[in-house]
Structure formats: structure tokens, C-alpha cells
Design a binder for this molecule. Structure first.
Ligand code: PLP
Length: 376
């Protein structure tokens, strides 16, 4: 099996899995218990908090563990109902855990301005500046897009937010291990992360909450996570997240080079076999190893299924449900025609992929395209 869908999820790092197994077996106490069983679990969580804080350059106090990226985004957005200023500025290419929440929040009097993107999937910070009203209580713009890989001008947006005294949240779920972050360089108040995107466990995430930024808990119960996320913590998963965040930043430049090389190899090989291919995204501001490519000759669901039959995993830019292909809202926002939208694949390389794997991938794609041509 060849796996090229690391933007959807990454396989767990073996060292992270070892640690989690060890803790699951031996550190099973409730982290809120006073006895030493509880203390061991508490310590695991606090070590992870420090590791995650170091990975992004913030204080451990500013790390709130959540049940994933979706929950971290929800935690930020649902707070709008407690605010007087209930207007949000966001972009057309956000993950559904932002856009769908904003749709629901309309029922609670929350309004939003959805900023468009250009053909490369980038927002223009000037549009954000122009959308600010007296009632704007939040700016939420993702750091890098999950379907296309384009990285947003987050620093510039943060400056606008700060100048106007508006809290700035960024969904940074796709970036750890691919893009070095130092929170101190950015004017960001809140940032969402998800462990399964950086070789950690699923169902575990983080909200970075800048000291001084106030939030109310979405999940109410015990006082865990400074009263911001009630419920008994999952120490082994949190420890796995912490360790994975440490590993993600180790050799980051080497990993970036590796991913970029694989993407370049893919493009070179495809140029020979299928010059009609169209690459989407930004040529410079992009995550390493993420390819969003349109194959005008074939719909992406056919390619995904046929590659799967050869044991190769990639994903289509568009969600496929009940036999129909729905065009992706991200590609649509980039002004890509519906026809090309449903002919677009996302290939996202990971740390274990090799040049040989990429060669097999291009070979199989070429074979499928040839069969498809012969049929027509
Ligand atoms: C950009 C982005 N935000 C949020 C999420 C949701 O994260 P999780 O799967 O941890 O809920 C994802 C996952 O695909 C994502 O890519």
C-alpha cells in the first residue's frame, strides 16, 4: 500500500505509539486524583503542554488541550454568542469546522463577512481591512489550506487585527512539522492544531490561547483545562500529541526539503506522461509536499477509486457522497470551473514516502489515463 493522503491524516509515529502504549498500561490514574496514580497522569499532561508550547514558541499556560482541530475551532467561534460584537470576518476557503459553525451561529445573531480568495487561494489582507465594522468581534483566517496547501498572509492579517483591536484566530491544523512557527512573530490570539496531522493520535488537539484573551468553555462540567474544556483528560493521547509536536519540529528543514523534492519529482514525471495536467495553488506560499492537480481527462473520483484498486491512496479535492461528486467549495472559491473542480486530485506526501513510491504513483496514474483514453 502506498499512502499519499497525509493532509487527511498521518500514520502515528512509532515512537509516539510506544509512549502511548506504555502510558495507557501504566499511567491510568485520573489526572485530577490526588494520589500518585493521578499525579503520574497529571505529570504526563504537563510535560505535553510544555512540549507543545515549545513547538510553537508560547507559554505552557497558553496551551488548552481539546478533542481535535474541529473542537478547537468550535471553542473559539461559539464564544461569539457571549460577545457584544458579533460580526466575524473569515474566508471562503475555511474548513467546514469554521464555515458550518458560522452558518449555525446565524441563529444566534452572529453575522459574518466571507472574504474571497484569488486564483492561487490567497486572501487579500486589504479585503479584511475593508470588511471591518464597529461590530467586528473576531477575524478567523486559516494558516494554510487543507485542499490546496496555500499559506495565507497571516502576519499581515495579524497586524491589521491588532491595529483595530480585534482578536485574531487562525486554524493552523495543517502546518505543524511543515512550516516553522514562532507565535511571537505573529499577532495571533488563538490558533487551532490537531495531533493526527503531525503523526500523533486522532481525537486530540490544541487551542493556543494568548494570555489575556478571554474565552468561555464550550464543554461544561469539571474544571479541567483552566475551566476551558471540561471532561477527564486523555493523558496518553495528550502525551502522544506533546511528543509528536516535539518530533515535528526536529529536522523540519530536512523534512521540508524531502517533501519538496518528492513534489518536484512528481511534476517532472507527470510533465512527460500527461502535459495537460494543471497545478492549483500558490507557487511560493505553499505547504511542502501538497499537490492539488487537475486532470482534465478524467473525474477525480474515478482516479481515486482506480488508484485505490492498485493500493494507492490519494484524495479528491471534492467530497464524494452517494455516488455523486460535489465540487469543492475551496476550488470553487478559486474560480476553478465546476468541470475542472471535479477533475482535481490532492496528493499529500509524508515523511515515509520515497522517490520509488512517487515513481510508482506517476506510473499508475499514467496507466489509468491511458486506459481511459483508449476507452473513449
Ligand atoms: C484545516 C483543517 N481544520 C480543521 C480540521 C479538523 O481537525 P480534526 O480532524 O482534528 O477535527 C482539519 C482536518 O481535516 C483541517 O484540515
Amino acid at each position: 500500500m502506498l499512502y499519499f493522503d497525509h493532509s487527511a491524516s498521518t500514520p502515528i509515529h512509532p515512537a509516539v505509539l510506544n509512549l502511548m502504549q506504555e502510558l495507557e498500561l501504566n499511567h491510568f490514574g485520573n489526572p485530577s486524583s490526588v494520589h500518585r496514580f493521578g499525579q503520574k497522569s497529571r505529570l504526563d499532561i504537563e510535560i505535553a503542554r510544555k512540549q507543545m508550547a515549545d513547538a510553537i514558541g508560547c507559554l505552557p499556560y497558553e496551551i488548552i488541550f481539546t478533542g481535535g482541530g474541529t473542537e478547537a475551532n468550535n471553542l473559539v467561534l461559539w464564544n461569539l454568542i457571549h460577545q457584544q460584537k458579533r460580526h466575524v470576518i473569515t474566508s471562503a476557503i475555511e474548513h467546514p469546522s469554521v464555515l458550518s459553525v458560522l452558518k449555525r451561529l446565524k441563529e444566534f445573531g452572529v453575522t459574518s463577512t466571507i472574504i474571497p480568495v484569488d486564483r492561487t487561494c490567497r486572501v487579500n489582507p486589504e479585503d479584511i481591512q475593508n470588511a471591518i465594522t464597529e461590530n467586528t468581534g473576531l477575524i478567523s483566517i486559516m494558516f494554510a489550506n487543507n485542499e490546496v496547501g496555500t499559506v495565507q498572509p497571516v502576519k499581515h492579517i495579524g497586524e491589521i487585527a491588532e491595529k483595530n483591536g480585534i482578536p485574531f484566530h487562525s486554524d493552523a491544523v495543517q502546518i505543524l512539522g511543515k512550516f516553522p512557527i514562532n507565535i511571537l512573530d505573529q499577532n495571533i490570539n488563538m490558533m487551532s492544531f490537531s495531533a493526527h496531522k503531525f503523526y500523533g493520535p486522532k481525537g486530540t488537539g490544541v487551542l493556543y490561547l494568548k494570555k489575556g484573551t478571554e474565552l468561555k468553555s464550550l464543554v461544561i462540567g469539571g474544571g479541567q483545562e483552566r475551566n476551558l474544556r471540561a471532561g477527564t483528560e486523555n493523558p496518553s493521547c495528550i502525551a502522544g500529541l506533546g511528543f509528536a509536536s516535539e518530533l515535528a519540529n526536529k529536522n523540519i528543514e530536512k523534512r521540508k526539503t524531502h517533501l519538496e523534492k518528492l513534489a518536484e519529482q512528481f511534476k517532472q514525471e507527470m510533465a512527460d506522461v500527461y502535459p495537460e495536467i494543471i497545478y492549483n495553488g500558490h507557487p511560493e506560499y505553499s505547504l511542502p509536499g501538497v499537490i492539488c492537480a487537475t486532470f482534465p481527462a478524467v473525474t477525480s473520483n474515478i482516479l481515486v477509486i482506480k488508484l485505490d484498486l492498485h493500493g494507492i491512496a490519494v484524495s479528491s479535492g471534492s467530497a464524494c457522497s452517494s455516488g455523486t461528486v460535489n465540487p469543492s467549495h475551496v476550488l470553487r472559491a478559486m474560480n476553478i470551473s465546476n468541470d475542472n473542480n471535479i477533475r482535481t486530485l490532492r496528493i499529500s506526501f509524508g515523511r515515509d514516502n520515497t522517490e520509488e513510491d512517487v515513481h510508482l504513483l506517476t506510473e499508475k496514474i499514467s496507466e489509468i489515463l491511458k486506459q481511459n483514453r483508449n476507452k473513449r
